[in-house]
Design a protein around this ligand. Structure first.
Ligand code: 6LW
Length: 525
């Protein structure tokens, strides 16, 4: 426990009259983002004394990242909701399509997760359920109501489903219907319940009942610098809804130069003591006057206050990087993991694949990884041989030993098929080379190519907010191959909804022999 010692000196002219001090308990302090690396569109529920949170996964497999927490501050990934091809078809899905914003809810001992698979043959809204949060989830149950960002609300044995859409006049609206939760069948027509406050891209609806009022909360303004959270309340879940007079209730759009931007798309949860919290997405721009972000949209937490049937978020409706609160025990310490290795991660948790995994191309060992090339390369919108982890911080030092036997094997800092930097060992007719390849849109450039003495080498990437620097280590000597600006992998340049994923990959060659990776280590400052 840390205490603040406050020393107050009262004096009249030069005569000390009083010296007194008080001891105050220091507040718990936590840092945002609370879940780092690309993890947007958080949704949360409370069950059995714990909290469960899901985030979007797009073209990556498995789908819908699932986290657990005891204290709202420290989150452990416990799995994914969509782990089978029958639940998640990603074959033809473009980058940043696939799994959009999920919602997780707990009702009568059962967890439900609803989402949309954009670009898939059966791209409708659907939900899956489980009675065991650590186990497998059901097959998808489809709902006819279209739009994105589906959500569920349960009351008196009834289930309601909402998503974004348009009303009879073509105006953006939150649409709602009652469904049969066992079959997904609509029991009522889809009805517009709220039109938002006029911001573009009305999305991310959630419905709550709190102290007698129904609240519909949404995001508006688009998921860039103008993003915001708005809400309205009603005595009926069908409306009419009366907007909160001070909407938006949360936005950082007027905090020019502040690192955290684009805050919106939120979900509310109450803790055991009856305090409310808002989990939402936002992003960290690379530095004060550099409006680029390449780590993707991440998950943030802010406290909520209710007064006279309305709620506010934070102190002034903005999200801060450092939050102090007396609502969380000061025994809780925020533990931000700084080092990731093959040993302290698990292939079915932190590591993820692009679209459809051909298991024959991977040997996921305890301390080593072997991959052989698939037909797809990193430059295609397909399923290359690739396994990656989200980049979580700007400052990073990543290294891995590579033994290349066939084609090209290395590390890629990967945003999408058109925006990635690759550092690799490559076999050609007279031996092995180390390559640095920069892919920025239509510009595909081999920056450096150096002949190696053997096919075994250590590759290293160091990152700061503005640059990646690329190295290889041969005979114990570190050589720099070049560097590249992070901004060209940012959402502002590449577009899309994901962030940089650090991938280990293999491509080209005959695709018959495995390339080996050992001693992976990624350290954040
Ligand atoms: C998501 C939408 C959004 O469905 O981005 O920021 C979309 N909000 O609500 C993809 O993450």
């Amino acid at each position: 426990i840390v205490f603040n010692l406050i020393l107050t000196v009262n004096y009249k002219s030069d005569n000390l009259t009083n010296i007194y001090y008080e001891i105050k308990r220091e507040k718990m302090i936590f840092n945002n983002p609370i879940i780092r690396g690309y993890h947007p569109d958080p949704s949360i529920c409370r069950a059995n004394g714990k909290y469960y949170l899901v985030t979007s996964s797009f073209q990556y497999f498995p789908g819908v990242t699932l986290f657990e927490s005891q204290d709202l501050i420290n989150w452990n990934q416990i799995g994914y909701c969509l782990t089978r091809k029958s639940q998640l078809e990603l074959d033809a899905v473009p980058s940043s399509c696939g799994i959009f914003a999920p919602t997780i809810r707990y009702h009568k001992g059962r967890f439900y997760m609803t989402t949309t698979n954009i670009g898939a043959p059966n791209g409708n809204n659907f939900y899956v359920w489980t009675d065991d949060i650590y186990g497998e989830w059901s097959e998808p149950i489809y709902v006819e109501q279209g739009g994105i960002d589906p959500s569920l609300f349960f009351e008196n044995e009834r289930a309601y489903f909402m998503s974004n859409g348009v009303d009879g006049n073509g105006k953006s609206a939150i649409l709602q219907c009652e469904i049969d939760i066992s079959s997904g069948k609509q029991l009522t027509k889809s009805k517009p319940i709220w039109n938002g406050t006029g911001g573009r891209y009305l999305e991310s609806p959630h419905l709550y009942k709190i102290n007698g009022y129904y609240y519909v909360m949404a995001a508006e303004g688009g998921t860039e610098y103008g993003h915001m959270v708005t809400y309205a309340r009603s005595n009926s879940l069908w409306g009419p809804f009366e907007p909160y007079p001070d909407n938006p209730v949360l936005t950082n759009r007027n905090l020019g130069g502040y690192q955290i931007q684009g805050v919106g798309h939120a979900d509310l949860v109450d803790d055991e003591n009856g305090n409310w919290w808002l989990f939402h997405l936002g992003f960290r721009q690379m530095s004060q006057w550099m409006p680029f972000h390449h780590l993707g949209r991440e998950t943030f937490l802010m406290p909520v206050d209710f007064k006279d049937g309305w709620f506010t978020v934070g102190q002034d409706g903005t999200t801060a990087a450092v939050v102090d609160t007396d609502r969380i025990s000061d025994n809780v310490k925020q533990d931000i993991k700084k080092e990731f290795t093959f040993q302290n991660t698990s292939w079915d948790m932190e590591w993820r694949f692009l679209r459809t995994v051909d298991k024959d191309n991977y040997v996921l060992g305890k301390n080593e990884l072997s991959i052989k090339s698939s037909l797809d390369t990193l430059d295609k919108c397909g399923s290359p041989s690739f396994v990656g982890m989200h980049q979580k911080e700007f400052d990073m030092d990543l290294s891995v030993n590579v033994t290349a036997n066939d084609g090209e094997a290395g590390i890629t800092m990967y945003m999408d098929e058109n925006h990635h930097y690759d550092l690799a060992v490559c076999k050609d007719s007279d031996g092995y080379n180390v390559l640095l390849k920069l892919n920025i849109g239509d510009i595909k450039h081999i920056q450096t190519c150096i002949k190696l003495k053997s096919n075994e080498i250590k590759l290293r990437v160091r990152a700061c907010p503005e640059y990646y620097e690329f190295f290889f280590i041969e005979d114990g000597i570190e050589n720099q191959l070049g560097r590249a600006q992070t901004r060209y992998l940012s959402s502002e340049v590449a577009g899309g909804f994901t962030g940089v994923v650090m991938g280990l990959y293999s491509q080209g060659g005959l695709g018959k022999t495995f390339n080996k990776f050992t001693d992976f280590i990624c350290r954040y400052k």
